[in-house]
Ligand binder design. Structure first.
Ligand code: 13P
Length: 297
């Protein structure tokens, strides 16, 4: 929607006319980036000290220096305190920056929280929201996740919504319903017209490398689940508007996370509904992570 509010002032008999032009672009000033076909997000969780984060960022930058990364978006998501240093290291490269969380209010008396304005200050582009480790350890609720997504969209950054079932839910055949609930509640009251870009990561908790009883996931199951997520997103957002396949493709990217490495990435990226990956453990080693990127191309 485009608005043209007009203000007319009478100053010494001369008319001063001010016209405001508000396009969706000006409402979302940072949304002029279009995501590439493939997305690789590295999340270092709370695994590294600041100096380790700096060293790793430098090594990754060095190894990718001859890479144009033209068809691929690569972003590093360090812990909050390492963001300023990593931001400086990857300046003027094609590597982007992400954060692992954000608070839903933009300013105020919220002790211990991190504002999106300060993330933007350091050039953060992606914000991971609703990771299972936060849902479990910090009791992050669907409502909080929904509020965070709205804030990230309003502020023009790209939300990376994480959804996924635990082992018990999988074994009880509750996966589809769990995913449906998580996606629907995360997108409640969100207008497709306001979404510039949104990433949804399917991360079954039982396939994450650090999970106690880790299990391998079949690629066909990832493909099935991402198709399911696509359908739920279409249904959730479509009361406002019918979403065409091309609009969906342009705005919403479906990725996978869970023990992704430089070997299994090849098969993963062959799937129709997998446009990228969210990598934990394998992103902590510069050699392994850059091999993973090379094997994606
Ligand atoms: P791993 O790649 O270590 O399994 O971590 C996945 C994850 O939780 C990414 O958010």
């Amino acid at each position: 929607m485009v608005y043209f509010p007009i203000l007319i002032y009478n100053i010494n008999n001369a008319k001063l006319i001010i016209i405001f032009y508000l396009s969706p672009f000006t409402l979302h000033p940072l949304t002029n980036h279009m995501l590439s076909e493939k997305i690789i997000l590295a999340t270092w969780k709370m695994q590294l000290s600041i100096s380790e984060s700096i060293n790793l960022a430098k090594k990754i930058k060095e190894k990718l220096k001859n890479h144009k990364l033209e068809e691929i978006d690569v972003a590093l998501c360090p812990d909050f305190l390492a963001i300023p240093a990593v931001s400086e290291i990857i300046q003027n490269t094609n590597i982007d920056l992400g954060s692992q969380n954000v608070f839903w209010e933009t300013k105020g008396a919220y002790t211990g929280e991190i504002s999106i304005k300060n993330l933007k200050h350091f050039g953060v582009k992606f914000v991971i929201i609703g990771h299972s480790e936060r849902r479990q350890n910090l009791l992050e609720s669907d409502r909080m996740i929904n509020q965070k997504i709205k804030t990230v969209i309003n502020e023009g950054l790209i939300p990376v919504l994480c959804v996924g079932e635990n082992l018990e839910q999988k074994n009880n055949n509750q996966k589809d319903i769990v995913i449906m609930k998580q996606v629907r509640s995360a997108l409640t009251d969100i207008d497709i017209n306001n979404i510039s870009e949104l990433i949804i990561a399917y991360e079954p908790i039982w396939s994450i490398s650090t999970t106690k009883i880790k299990q391998e996931i079949e690629t066909s199951e990832i493909e099935y689940t991402n198709q399911l997520i696509k359908q739920i997103v279409m249904d959730t957002l479509s009361p406002q508007k019918n979403i065409s396949s091309s609009e969906f493709k342009n705005k919403i990217k479906l990725i996978f996370g869970g023990s992704v490495n430089s070997s299994n990435i090849v098969n993963l990226m062959r799937q129709n509904h997998v446009q990228g990956v969210l990598v934990g453990g394998a992103s902590l080693d510069a050699e392994e992570f850059t091999n993973l990127i090379n094997n994606t191309l």
